[in-house]
Structure formats: C-alpha cells, structure tokens
Ligand binder design. Structure first.
Ligand SMILES: NC(=O)c1ccc[n+]([C@@H]2O[C@H](COP(=O)([O-])OP(=O)(O)OC[C@H]3O[C@@H](n4cnc5c(N)ncnc54)[C@H](OP(=O)(O)O)[C@@H]3O)[C@@H](O)[C@H]2O)c1
Length: 335
C-alpha cells in the first residue's frame, strides 16, 4: 500500500494533537485507528503529562483493535513512565500496522518502532513529517539540548533602544503587540526576567487574554540573579508562583529542565538577555519594533563579543507582522 494512503488520516491525527496543551513535559501527539478501507474508527490525543498517551486514548475507544492500522504523529514510545509503553499497548491490542510521522529521539522513550517490528507489527515512518514538525519542535529541541527551548523577546525603538536615556520604557510598543505577547507567554512553561527588571519595573509577569482573564495552565515566573526579590514585589502573588534562581545560566536551565520545564519565555532585561545570547542559549527571537527613535545607550543587547562582521549572529526570519503600528519580527538561531 503506498505511504500516501495515510495522508488524510495523518492530517486528522495532527488536528487532534493540536487539542493537547502546547506547554508541559510532553509533546502534542494525536492518533487515529483506521480499518483496511482507510476509514477512521477511533481517535485519540494526549492531554498532558500523567494522562493517557494518544495511542492508548484511541485504543480505549474501540472494543477490538485487531487488524487495524494506527496512524500517529510521533513514533510510539517505548518506555514506562507515569503511563506504560505505547508500543507494547499497540502490540497487545493486535494492531497490524503503525504509521507515524516523526521518530522519537528521547533517550528513554525511543525505540518503539523496533519493538513493534520485533513483535511482527509493520512500522512505517516519515508520513508528512515536514507538516507536523511545528507540533514537536520545542520538545525535540529541549530533549536534544537537555534544557528548555528559549524564546527571547524584547520591545524596542526602530533604532534598537529599549528605554529612553532617563530609563522610561513603558510602553514603547502597541497594545495590539502586547496582547500578542501575552498569548506567546501562555504558550511557554515559564516567563523569566533578571533581578534588574524585577526590581526596576515590578512586573506582574502574567499571561492574560484581551479581556483581562488569566490564560489556563499559566506559566511559572522565574527571576534570575542573586539580589533577593523585595518583600513588596508583586511577583510574590504571581498566580503560578515565582522561583528565584542564580548561578551559571546553563546550570539554571538544566535545573528547570529537570523539574519538567520545556520552554522559557525570556523578557530581559538587556544584561540578562545579553548573557543568554552570548552563551548561545536562545532558540527564537521575538522583537517588537515600535516606529519611534530614541537614541542613547539603552540598547536591547550589550556587547555580544562580535568583533567583526563575519562573526555576526545570522538569524532566519520566520515571520514579520505589523500589529497596531509595531513590527513584530520572529527569527531563529540555527543550532
Ligand atoms: N524594552 C524591553 O523590552 C525591556 C524588557 C525588560 C527590561 N527592560 C528595562 O531594562 C532595565 C533593567 O535591565 P537590566 O539589564 O538592568 O536588568 P536585567 O537584565 O533584568 O537584570 C540584570 C541582573 O540579572 C542578574 N543576572 C543573573 N545572571 C546573569 C547573567 N548571566 N548575566 C547578566 N545578568 C545576570 C544580575 O543580578 P544579581 O546581581 O542580582 O545577580 C544582573 O544584575 C529596566 O529599566 C527595564 O525597564 C526593558
């Protein structure tokens, strides 16, 4: 049977995957079970760490899966965590074929396809793998690097200044772009700032919808630096709580990874941002450029250690959008 036979089923599995949370320790995964005629007989998706995996969710919806094909967005896992291995569940259920999009590179979870093949279940990978990559990109990167995916965000004037010379910086960018930033915050496990910004701005670091309500699954607040957060800081009443971390950034990120954090939204200030960039710890940049000029020395980053143009950090722009007059540029590091 040609591999394209399963394209429509894979697209449906992808839609189901998107119902799951974008944040948390586990990736978004969807699964459909199809019969020999290609008709979908059951659907499943993963609702976050500690809940049923997509394959087991789909299997729970049929009396018997004997002879069916499972179409899954990610290679079925091979390890026992809070739930059992999906590869074994598919074998036990009598599925004859498993078709999936992307290989699972996880140290503990990979190898599901081999387990399936060893048990005589046909296993086909790579179906529409390009289309579904965005679903698991952060998770794949975090697992590969052993640290959370880092999105760095700042707002600046067109000439790259984040504050006027007297330090005033609220608000440089448009209300529309700030609403968008709240949405992005809600799609990360944590929002992080340095102690400098925590003390100077006393920010709330919340993620709110346009009508002012908190997004569900609210991200944790993380303040980086040695200076204790003042007793009067609004962050003490943060809806998810605040964590203060200090020490080398690589070690802080490793500790966050070890408590299940897979994505971090870094909001400055300039000194902390500079260190993250210099140390190669940023995966994506979201820069909100307001149509104003400020001049002065309050630049978004400091010395990045780049002495000559050939050493420039070259990024790939993935989107540009104008929101209420502010240009929002999203760009990626290549690593
Ligand atoms: N326009 C924007 O997008 C934007 C965003 C954020 C902030 N701001 C503005 O930026 C100003 C504050 O900036 P800032 O640069 O002073 O503060 P910051 O970057 O928020 O904090 C700097 C502090 O972070 C701690 N830190 C811990 N590890 C670090 C590391 N590896 N590298 C650098 N710092 C580390 C240090 O504090 P300890 O001594 O406590 O260890 C350091 O003094 C405020 O005026 C704020 O309004 C603007």
């Amino acid at each position: 049977m040609p591999i394209s036979t399963y394209d429509d089923a894979m697209r449906r599995a992808r839609e189901l995957a998107e119902r799951g949370p974008r944040t948390g320790e586990n990736p978004q995964v969807g699964c459909v079970l199809v019969d020999d005629a290609g008709v979908i007989v059951a659907e499943g998706w993963h609702r976050g760490a500690g809940t049923l995996h997509a394959e087991v969710d789909a299997l729970s919806k049929v009396e018997s899966a004997r002879g069916l094909t499972a179409v899954v967005t990610l290679e079925p896992c091979n390890h026992t965590g809070r739930t059992g291995p999906c590869a074994q569940a598919l074998i036990d259920a009598g599925v004859t074929r498993v078709v999936y999009s992307l290989d699972d590179p996880g140290q503990k979870s990979r190898g599901g396809a081999e387990t399936l093949r060893a048990a005589g279940v046909e296993s086909v990978s790579g179906v529409l793998s390009g289309e579904g990559y965005h679903l698991v990109e952060r998770w794949l990167t975090a697992n590969r690097l052993g640290r959370p995916w880092v999105t760095a965000k700042w707002g600046s004037s067109l000439d790259g200044r984040t504050a006027a010379t007297d330090g005033t910086s609220q608000w440089i960018t448009s209300a529309e772009s700030r609403t968008y930033i709240h949405l992005l915050r809600s799609q990360h496990d944590t929002i992080a700032i340095g102690t400098g910004t925590a003390i100077a701005d006393n920010p709330s670091l919340t993620a709110r919808t346009a009508d002012g309500n908190l997004f569900p699954n609210h991200p944790l607040a993380v303040v980086i630096g040695d200076t204790p957060l003042p007793a009067g800081s609004g962050l003490w009443s943060h809806p998810r709580g605040v964590l203060q971390e200090s020490g080398p950034l690589v070690e802080i990120l490793e500790r966050l990874y070890n408590i299940g954090i897979r994505s971090l939204f870094l909001e400055g200030g300039p000194r902390l941002m500079n260190s993250f960039i210099r140390e190669g710890l940023v995966d994506e940049y979201v820069v909100c450029l307001a149509p104003i000029l400020l001049g002065g020395d309050k630049t978004a980053t400091g010395d990045l250690g780049i002495g000559t143009l050939v050493d420039a950090r070259r990024l790939t722009v993935t989107s540009t959008e104008v929101m209420g007059g502010t240009i929002v540029v999203t760009a990626r590091e290549a690593h």
